[in-house]
Design a protein around this ligand. Structure first.
Ligand code: APR
Ligand code: PHB
Length: 389
């Protein structure tokens, strides 16, 4: 087979890149190891920066998001009963959009189908060959048949556990990592959200997040030790812990109910540099992971696509390589800013094992400062809604 850009991974970054390239007349083939149902069954976050909303509109998948997404003009950071509202609209003139990553991925698959894009599911043993040459190709197995896909460029959109990053020789890579000593236990429930805006709660009982997917579908998280197992957490225990972390005014009135999804996710900050090796470009989770506290995971993947898609169009259509030559450096500048913000939010809102009372007091003082300093709130708001591309 032959194409212009081979895209490894049919998650949000691979699909968005493929859609934007196809719209510009650049041919792509998306190779995804899982079935479409499996990709769409993953519960992921759902806060979209303004820049991400614009990119999705540009890709022609803005209609359902506009209809079903919920614009949020602010969020809350709380410390027991101290509630600090971060008014995005007032502080930055911009808001965010609450719209699940699963919905974004669904819309992208629909848009790709509508233009007859080539997305191959169930591929195995993907190997990227000769990425450091002018004639890269990808080999994979499908239904037992080994296939070769010749291409001009390869986009590695295959997430943290994919093959793309590992295709870059270890001595050509620099990896930065922080693994946090706790995870997030997340629950999805068909209940009315506890509050009309998100609440990031630091409390004497640990961290919690109250989020939502719609007016009738809520998403909650509590901080748990990494050793915990989902089976150890009954719904009763989850709701009791969540309520102990949220401001009493919210906890006393919130609706609870049976969980329809429950899972534990570890927290990690990770960056692999560079994002390019020859004609291979890393995008999204293949190159970086953020803890979910800053709601940057999906937005950073879209940010990478923002820097890469036009660059690839110029390279394929005009042979102009200025954009692809600058991709890694440009994308990393924004990645590190989001890394810092996500690390800051995580350290500011979570209990660390063995921490002393001084550390706890620092969290309290940081939140009190936020409640008293418009400058501090504006800094947080600017980072949360998304720094300029
Ligand atoms: N061959 C083909 N496909 C692969 C391979 C492989 N060897 N390895 C992984 N994949 C597929 C996965 O099955 C997955 O569907 O690549 C896709 C990667 O998708 P994501 O992990 O969602 O990564 P990305 O598209 O970069 O989206 C980043 O996802 O994890 C969240 O918080 C993260 O929101 C961020 C977003
Ligand atoms: C979510 O809705 O799942 C969510 C929202 C904000 C975050 C993380 C997760 O920071």
């Amino acid at each position: 087979m032959k194409t212009e850009v081979a895209i490894i991974g049919g998650g949000p970054s691979g699909l968005l890149l493929s859609q934007l390239l196809n719209q510009a007349g650049v041919a792509t083939v998306v190779l995804e190891r899982s079935s479409r149902d499996h990709v769409l069954s993953r519960i992921r976050a759902g806060v979209l920066e303004a820049g991400t909303v614009d990119m999705l509109r540009e890709a022609g998948v803005g209609e359902r998001m506009a209809r079903e997404g919920i614009p949020h003009e602010g969020c809350y950071l709380t410390d027991d009963d101290l509630m600090v509202r971060i008014n995005f609209e007032e502080l930055t003139g911009t808001s965010v959009m609450v719209y699940g990553q699963t919905e974004v991925t669904t819309d992208l698959y629909k848009a790709q189908d509508a233009i007859g894009a080539t997305i191959i599911h169930g591929v195995e043993d993907v190997v990227i060959q000769d990425a450091d040459s002018n004639a890269p190709y990808v080999e994979y197995t499908l239904d037992g048949a080994r296939t070769r896909l010749d291409c001009a460029y390869v986009a590695g959109c295959d997430g943290f556990h994919g093959v793309s990053r590992k295709t870059i020789p270890a001595d050509k890579r620099r990896e930065f990592e922080r693994v946090y000593p706790f995870g997030w236990l997340g629950v999805l429930s068909r209940t009315k959200p506890a509050h009309e805006e998100l609440i990031y709660a630091n409390s004497s009982n640990g961290f919690a997040l109250a989020s939502m997917r719609s007016e009738t579908l809520s998403r909650y998280y509590v901080q748990v030790p990494l050793t915990d197992k989902v089976e150890e957490w009954s719904d009763e225990r989850f709701w009791a812990t969540l309520k102990s972390c949220l401001p009493s005014g919210v906890a006393d009135t919130m609706q609870t109910g049976p969980s329809i999804e429950k899972s534990i996710a570890p927290l990690r900050s990770f960056v692999s540099e560079p994002l390019r090796w020859g004609r291979l470009f890393l995008v999204g989770d293949a190159a970086h992971i953020v803890p979910p506290t800053g709601a940057k995971g999906l937005n950073l993947a879209v940010s990478d696509v923002h820097y890469l898609y036009q660059a690839l169009i110029d390279a394929v259509k005009k042979g102009d390589t200025a954009g692809i030559d600058a991709y890694s450096e440009r994308a990393l500048l924004r990645i590190w800013k989001a890394m810092r913000f996500s690390w800051q939010m995580t350290t500011m809102l979570h209990h660390f094992d063995g921490e002393d009372i001084f550390a706890a007091q620092m969290r309290k003082s940081t939140l009190r400062h936020l409640s008293q300093s418009e400058t501090a709130r504006r800094d947080l708001a600017e980072n949360y809604i998304g720094l300029p591309f």
